[in-house]
Write a protein that binds this ligand. Structure first.
Ligand code: NAD
Length: 262
């Protein structure tokens, strides 16, 4: 199985922590030149310096950008791709704040759509001309199992994720003739700062302890534990590899069996 990413350039968004960071590490370990993107330049610079190097010519870099400013984001990533065409794009950002959909504010939807759907779109627009020219492209979107089963208390997030999944499926069909695949990885509960925040919010609301709240969430998962970010990253890296060249338009849950639907 060909998992070698030597000579490939991967752009990993939301890479300063959590799942994005784990993806950057995994792609680098398979030989890719990785550019990490998030807002905090210092954190990115440090990460780029720490990423694995499997061969002497492997180079990592960083791009400080705000996914909420789609105009600037597009210009920054177009400039990056002009200097070093991007073969692999990992679309990822912080999840929208929790809360019910009833009563959700218009601005909350607009903010989530901008940071997820629109940011993903401008990033794809910026890198796909280069992918077409190279005849190799992998776009992997980190979404959520809520694409298959909406999660209670994540109203704006659930709604936005479906929009992203529909965008991705449409794009997969359009780009398949050019050797570009578009797939979604759907993490279940994964040990990152994001899940810590969700556990704390649930604990505060219910009055239960953080430990009991986490235990109750783990009990709902057939594997009885949260994922390690590296386990999500492994699925992303596979989909980014030459080995996954005939897989496009899918939603791949990495959730310890939590999703009950087929
Ligand atoms: P996280 O909050 O730990 O990390 C998010 C990353 O995105 C960070 O690097 C952050 O700096 C970056 N980011 C946030 N806003 C940004 C912006 N405006 N511009 C640029 N970068 C920005 O999240 P995570 O747990 O690693 O999750 C990643 C994605 O997967 C999120 O969309 C999350 O909702 C989703 N997800 C996570 C879990 C989980 O259990 N952790 C489960 C399902 C889905």
């Amino acid at each position: 199985m060909d998992l070698d990413l030597s000579g490939r350039h991967a752009l990993v968004c939301g890479a300063s922590q959590g799942i994005g960071r784990a993806c950057a590490i995994e792609l680098a370990a398979l030989g890719a030149n990785v550019t990490v993107l998030a807002r905090r330049e210092e954190a990115l610079r440090a990460l780029a310096g720490e990423l694995p190097r499997t061969h002497v010519s492997q180079k990592h870099g960083f791009l400080a950008a705000d996914g909420g400013d789609t105009t600037a984001l597009r210009a920054q990533v177009e400039a990056l791709a002009a200097g070093a065409p991007v073969h692999i794009l990992v679309n990822n950002s912080g999840g929208p704040p929790p809360g019910p959909v009833a009563g959700a504010q218009i601005d909350a939807f607009l903010d989530a759509y901008r940071k997820h759907l629109l940011a993903n779109h401008v990033l794809a627009e910026a890198v796909t001309p280069g992918m077409r020219a190279l005849g190799y492209g992998r776009i992997v979107n980190i979404i959520s199992t809520s694409v298959k089963e909406p999660i209670a208390g994540l109203g704006v997030s659930n709604t936005t994720r479906w929009a992203v999944a529909s965008w991705a499926k449409t794009l997969a069909t359009e780009l398949a003739p050019f050797g570009i695949t578009v797939n979604n990885v759907l993490p279940g509960s994964t040990r990152t700062p994001r899940i810590e925040q969700i556990v704390q919010t649930r604990a505060q609301k219910s009055g239960a302890s953080v430990e009991d709240t986490q235990h109750a969430m783990e009990t709902e998962i057939p594997m009885r534990r949260f994922a390690d970010p590296a386990e999500v990253a492994a699925a992303v890296a596979f989909l980014a590899s030459p080995a996954a060249g005939y897989i496009t338009g899918i939603n791949l849950p990495v959730d310890g069996g939590r999703t009950r639907s087929l």
